[in-house]
Design a protein around this ligand. Structure first.
Ligand code: PSV
Ligand code: MN
Length: 396
């Protein structure tokens, strides 16, 4: 086999291995705190969310699982599991991570797992346990926790007590997991609380995951950092410690903007992917769950999701072209310019022909976005769903 053929095989293998979970909430009408713009094709039921997810997977070949949000997608809790299993069977899309919801119930005004009241904390732990039971019923591995808890004004809550309450709550939830499940602990430095959040950064998430138990890991949401934070360095630490459980990908300009992956800073996504490829190259790597956490308020949802996945595949492939042995040698020799050129050369290199060849070889459309537009899927769902949207006004 020639060098070029070997390279192609290696890159095809990297693409085969790349799977990214899509969120059910990415297909439903969502908005900002100022309001919602309703889309005629937005999914209004869990059946429609599965159908949209299947369409994205048909076009990209990379999204076999759908993240579910407990209260939004399974209001009946564990009783809804048979329905979800039937949908998975029909659409070929497996239920993915299970996302508890600790932010909508009125009891949680001052916190959930960290609330000063033991009664409210018990309610929140019970919801975690229900979410774990749902995951068990659906054979989902990951319970993915984003905790909204925090406070808005200095001195109004005991940060130290809340650490202890949170540790206890997470330990209680962890005990209820089956041996193959994982608890992913997500962090975020602001919003909805604006003075302190109880899991503000990766260090806190790491310590909490360690204290929760051996099946807990950290989840990095790319939108949950202070401006200019070096996310790939966090990735390096978390891969080094074996504590990286997963990602929520999206892009941002100012805050947790949930913009399309790579739309603002594709080089950052490349650098994160590169760090993961590097860790895999050097030491093999335990499973990392790649997920998208985006809700498009203005772009059509299915189209935006296909655009996102296609961009992720391209950036993943670019990062896969790095020659790690050569880069390591240049780094050791402190040949800074050559090392940087090799690294950014991979970013600037054109991988579109390889991606197209892989898609063709795997029976996928070469241009997934174009194929979506040609398929008539968007027109069909808009016609079927428009009357079901609440709040869809006339443009006339
Ligand atoms: C809120 O910030 C958020 O976007 C978190 O990132 C969660 O992962 C997501 O909602 C779903 O609960
Ligand atoms: Mn997230």
């Amino acid at each position: 086999m020639s060098n070029t053929e070997q390279d192609t095989e290696r890159l095809f293998h990297a693409l085969d291995a790349f799977q990214i979970e899509i969120p059910s909430w990415g297909f439903a009408n969502t908005g900002t705190r100022f309001g919602k713009f309703i889309q005629p094709g937005a999914a209004t039921t869990i059946e429609e969310k599965f159908a949209d997810a299947a369409e994205v997977h048909r076009l990209t070949g990379a999204t076999p699982t759908l993240a579910l949000h407990v209260l939004w997608d399974m209001p009946g809790g564990v009783h809804d599991a048979p329905k979800i299993r039937a949908l998975a069977q029909q659409t070929g899309i497996r239920p993915g991570s299970i996302n508890p919801n600790l932010f909508q119930d009125q009891h949680y005004k001052f916190g959930s797992l960290c609330h000063p009241s033991a009664e409210v904390r018990a309610l929140a732990v019970a919801h975690m346990i229900d979410s774990i039971a749902i995951a068990t019923e659906l054979a989902s591995r990951d319970i993915s926790l984003w905790l909204p808890d925090g406070s808005n004004y200095p001195g109004t809550q005991s940060i130290r007590s809340r650490i202890e309450w949170l540790e206890e709550s997470l330990q209680q939830a962890h005990q209820r997991m089956t041996p193959h499940q994982r608890l992913l602990v997500e962090y975020k430095p602001f919003e909805p609380a604006f003075y302190h959040t109880d899991i503000a950064d990766w260090g806190m998430a790491l310590l909490l995951a360690r204290s929760a138990g051996p099946q807990a890991r950290v989840l990095v949401d790319t939108g949950h950092h202070y401006a200019a934070q070096n996310i790939e360095q966090i990735v390096a630490w978390l891969t080094h410690t074996g504590m990286l459980g997963g990602f929520h990908f999206n892009d941002r300009r100012y805050a947790d903007d949930d913009l399309t992956l790579g739309s603002i800073d594709p080089y950052q996504v490349f650098r994160i992917f590169a760090e993961i490829h590097c860790a895999q190259h050097e030491s093999g790597l335990a499973d990392i769950a790649f997920m998208i956490d985006q809700s498009h308020n203005l772009k059509p949802k299915v189209e935006a999701m296909v655009q996102t996945v296609a961009t992720a595949q391209e950036l993943w492939l670019k990062a896969a072209t790095i020659d790690w042995d050569r880069l390591a040698k240049l780094q050791r020799e402190c040949d800074l310019v050559a090392a940087e050129e090799l690294y950014r050369g991979a970013f600037w290199g054109d991988v579109k022909p390889t991606l197209a060849a892989w898609r063709e070889a795997r029976g996928l459309p070469i241009d997934p976005l174009h194929a979506l537009r040609q398929s008539g899927y968007i027109q069909r769902i808009e016609a079927e769903r428009a009357d079901k949207q609440t709040g869809l006004g006339s443009y006339a």
